[in-house]
Design a protein around this ligand. Structure first.
Ligand code: FMN
Length: 225
């Protein structure tokens, strides 16, 4: 660990989803070094199933256009993996809690459907971030591959945080795979699990004031001796 590195504890404390970004690209070499480091992620049998597509510049801009066109013409999601469970009970409560945290920060009333939809649409504009990443894997891999890709994506987000770069993981970026796969020439056998927008956070943006809570430890973890 270099002397300036933040501890993992501090990174976990500081990281939160950011949904408004400065129009300031991250240096290409820095992006590359972060993904280089994330290659160290553990995976089942070391199969390293992540296939990662990072978009910036014109590619990102054209993809945003394609996704917005899709959203305006045929917004039916078509994810390649069984992605959106109907959350039940306490999970449903927590789902509402996170949406509520975002809409409260943005001063959007629960009944203001249009404002909520506009906020939702920003997902496919990458929340204004100059970069986005699509986390993919061969579709046949199923749940074990998804576990590995999740671990990898978390490492990416913490490495970004360590470099002062903010991010938001987005299931939404897996909802219109046809447009993304066409733009990035992603093979048919590969599926998009989810994505993540990243860049430098816009300070003081309402959306970035969103903070979520976590349940008490004893609700999640049981210790046996
Ligand atoms: C796999 C995954 C998918 C997510 N999808 C979205 C999304 O599509 N849009 C969004 O705004 N946030 C998305 N999030 C962000 C979560 O809402 C956020 O992580 C959660 O509310 C906890 O807040 P925090 O990240 O600020 O700690 C996603 C997070 C994860 C891990």
């Amino acid at each position: 660990m270099s002397q300036n590195s933040m501890s993992l504890k501090t990174l976990l404390d500081n990281r939160h989803s950011v949904r408004s970004f400065l129009q300031k690209p991250v240096e290409a070499e820095l992006i590359k070094s972060i993904f280089q480091q994330a290659q160290k992620s553990a995976s089942n049998c070391n199969v390293q199933p992540w296939q990662t597509y990072v978009v910036s510049g014109d590619t990102r801009a054209n993809l945003e256009k394609a996704l917005m066109t899709k959203l305006m013409t045929d917004p039916t999601p078509a994810p390649e993996f069984d992605w959106t469970p109907r959350y039940q009970d306490k999970h449903r409560d927590r789902q509402f809690g996170s949406a509520n945290a975002l809409y409260t920060a943005m001063d959007i009333k629960r009944e203001d459907k249009q404002a909520r939809q506009m906020a939702m649409a920003k997902n496919w504009q990458f929340f204004g971030a100059p970069h986005a990443v699509f986390f993919c894997m061969e579709k046949y891999l199923g749940i074990m591959g998804a576990v590995d890709v999740g671990i990898y994506a978390q490492n990416v987000s913490l490495l970004l945080e360590e470099a002062g770069i903010s991010s938001c993981m987005q299931g939404a970026l897996g909802q219109f795979p046809i447009e993304v796969k066409e733009a990035l020439k992603i093979p048919e056998s590969m599926g998009i699990l989810f994505g993540m927008s990243f860049g430098y956070a816009k300070p003081d943006a309402d959306a970035n004031k969103t903070r979520t809570e976590r349940v008490d430890l004893d609700e999640s973890v049981l210790f046996f001796e």
